[in-house]
Design a protein around this ligand. Structure first.
Ligand code: CO
Length: 428
């Protein structure tokens, strides 16, 4: 793998502070490669060996049709991932003024690690809907890019126990300060100003109606370590899998049908119109294979990798892993198993993928993870997609530290291993 792909990935992370932006950037990668956008409101005429994508909300499905006369005769390989990450979202009526500061009300999205949000140079991005001067309803993405918000810690002198115990009340302690002074602006006026700044036409915004805005850390994604072997950034869970999956699909040149689905709302249970429990994937599969029985036959032969990051064994906290299952960063993607189907991987599916990982060129190493028997297990879109579609799903992902922190850590070599694995999987 060339280093430039890794740097493209770092740029992608920085340019994708929200799932909406992530989908926009994935779309751009596909546009450059000649994929055609489809709209679910239209009828589709799909042609063999052609490349397409469809967007619903902040989810995207991209696929390359197989090159045989009947698409039903082509093998189907799927990769799934998710576009969302835990974060702080701004409430609908966020203005809070106290002691000459303007602060914003927030809601916590997903299972965020809250302590790392203090003392960071934060910005704001997302989708805003407004009426323009002509009374038209417009929705557009915005991104302040520069640091505009901060959640300062309380000084240790005022909280002597803080290093022994630190709990965070999300309602009262996580309100970012965005400005201060005698006369405080309204947040919606600041949004208007930002929209005018970002669009070429001036004075277009009449009234801000609603928005879906997140706070994010402006520190850029980076390679760290004496040999640059680690990647640090927000949203590695799960933009790393989204990027690698779309990259592999872009470069796919096999004869079968390959499909990548990147769903929003995984971090909050996937129950939404664009989430993995929604109808998006099945609706696209019905368009690809309109005949019920033929579709069932294709799906029973299909295999999917559900790619989502795994927990690497942390040298400071080794006891939270089962002693036989401590994945190490930069030793390869991790197959995730769970007896209670929190992960969908079956022994048959895993064994098949181990053979694929060894096929063609240098073997891609694979590690195995199972959670401790006395601890709860996370989950992901794998089991949900398996139960919704009946497809054989393998849960797998690169090992990481600090999952759901504002700054997560993964391995640069694992990034390449995942890319090599996806390339082989799509052709297998
Ligand atoms: Co995830």
């Amino acid at each position: 793998m060339s280093l430039s792909i890794l740097h493209d990935f770092l740029d992608f992370l920085d340019a994708s502070p929200t799932p909406f932006h992530a989908v926009e950037n994935l779309k751009q990668m596909l546009d450059e490669e000649g994929f055609t956008e489809l709209c679910e409101r239209d009828s589709w005429v799909l042609q063999r060996a052609r490349k397409y994508y469809v967007i619903r909300g902040a989810s995207i499905i991209a696929f390359v049709c197989g090159d045989q006369d009947e698409i039903e005769n082509c093998p189907l390989r799927l990769i799934g991932a998710h576009t969302d990450s835990p974060c702080l979202k701004i409430t609908p009526l966020p203005d809070r003024s106290a002691h000459s500061y303007l602060q914003l009300g927030i809601e916590v999205y997903g299972g965020a690690l809250l302590n790392p949000w203090f003392d960071r140079d934060l910005s704001i991005a997302g989708q805003v809907s407004y009426l323009n001067d002509d009374g038209e309803l417009i929705s557009r993405l915005i991104n302040f890019r520069r640091p505009v918000a901060v959640i300062p810690s309380l000084a240790i002198h005022l909280n002597r126990d803080v290093n022994g115990k630190k709990s965070v009340n999300p309602q009262t302690e996580l309100r970012p300060i965005i400005t201060g002074g005698d006369k405080l602006p309204a947040f919606r006026d600041l949004l208007k100003r930002q929209i005018r700044l970002e669009q070429s036409k001036n004075s277009d915004v009449a009234e801000i109606l609603d928005f879906d805005l997140c706070l994010y850390d402006t520190q850029r994604a980076a390679l760290v370590g004496m040999d640059n072997q680690f990647i640090t950034s927000a949203r590695l869970d799960n933009l790393l899998s989204c990027f690698v999956a779309i990259w592999s699909l872009k470069n796919y040149s096999g004869s079968g049908t390959s499909l990548v689905v990147c769903n929003d709302h995984e971090e909050i249970g996937s129950r939404s119109s664009s989430g993995a429990l929604g109808t998006l994937l099945n609706d696209v599969l019905v368009r690809l294979y309109p005949h019920d029985i033929a579709r069932q036959q294709v799906l029973r032969r299909a295999i999917m990798i559900s790619a989502d990051n795994a927990h690497g064994i942390h040298p400071n906290y080794p006891s939270v892993h089962d002693e036989g299952h401590g994945p190490i960063i930069n030793r390869g993607p991790v197959l995730k198993f769970n007896a209670n189907q929190r992960y969908a991987t079956s022994s048959k599916g895993a064994s098949w993928l181990r053979c694929v990982a060894k096929s063609g060129g240098k073997a891609v190493p694979l590690q195995s993870f199972v959670t401790r028997a006395d601890m709860g297990c996370g989950s992901t879109i794998g089991p949900l997609t398996a139960s919704n579609s009946g497809i054989e799903v393998i849960d797998l992902g690169v090992p990481t530290f600090a999952m759901h922190s504002i700054r997560e850590l993964a391995g640069a070599e694992d990034f390449s291993y995942l890319m090599a694995l996806f390339d082989r999987f799509l052709k297998a």
